[in-house]
Write a protein that binds this ligand. Sequence first.
Ligand code: SF4
Ligand code: MG
Length: 334
Amino acid sequence: MNTLLQIENLKTILHTGNSPVRAVDGLSLTINKGETFALLGESGCGKSMTALSIMRLLPDTGEIQSGAVRLSGNDILQLPEASMRRIRGKLISMIFQEPMLSLNPVMTIADQINEVLKQHLRLSNEAAQHRIVELLEQVGIPDARRRMHEYSFQFSGGMKQRAMIAMALAGQPELLIADEPTTALDVTIQAQVLDLLRQIQQQNQMTILLITHDLGVVSEMAQVIAVMYAGEIVEQSPRERFFSQPAHPYSQQLFASLPAKQKRHQELAVISGTVPSLSQQFKGCRFADRCPHAFARCHDTVPQWHIIADNHSVRCHLYDTAAVPEQYRPAPDI
Ligand code: SF4
Ligand code: MG
């Protein structure tokens, strides 16, 4: 498979309060062309900061400290801002949870899409108008020829998200980053937007980095899943394997907290404790204070990666069999 995006040891800090927050702390991942790669985790674990680092659109308080973000082999962190502007929208584009924040309320939908077209493609006026209608039709906006001249406030929540997706597709990017693309939508519309993203991925052979806290969204969309916790990835696995054998205790607890049908009348298992502060230096495992399997080593030694099956890796001392007390060794099928 062809690698499209490779992140190596990315460290992004936020300068807020007294001590810097290590929002992304040594993250590495590889996304292959044409796949949907999900970054899964609770809010505040650094998922969005990872996306904004890739786009180089961090807030003023944010700073990429080190690492590399290679797009088709080129480290885009090294590019001057002018080159990065050409990459955004053209090679990588992003859709956000809240389309209201990304759509311009005083421009028509057509004009906004046209901005992207003008920036990245040389089209005649007529060709651009034609392309706008085509894009809006592709994302399922009915009566696109007329509605393209409307403003975002005239669109429903689902339609706004579709318009955002049309804008993101306008430059025909190779990578689409979707940060909680359906979280703000109601359930029926969520399903429609996910269907749309799936269709687009298949039609355009697009690569998608999907950022979500929602296991349901992941199960429907992703081929590869990376679980993020407190600024780093703790497990990576192909989807089927992840859903049948989640290996990291944090991943296992995410499943335990799912509202399964048979548990409908039971209380949800909530992961006790809170995500640790990311302004500290971690001596051991970041999940140790919340982990039901934690043992002494977890508190003073940072766990290494262990490959436990094809393409399935986990960062946890339980899989370091030599160092694990008998009672904590993982059962053959977790
Ligand atoms: Fe739990 Fe220890 Fe594994 Fe961390 S390293 S997840 S504390 S068992
Ligand atoms: Mg977020």
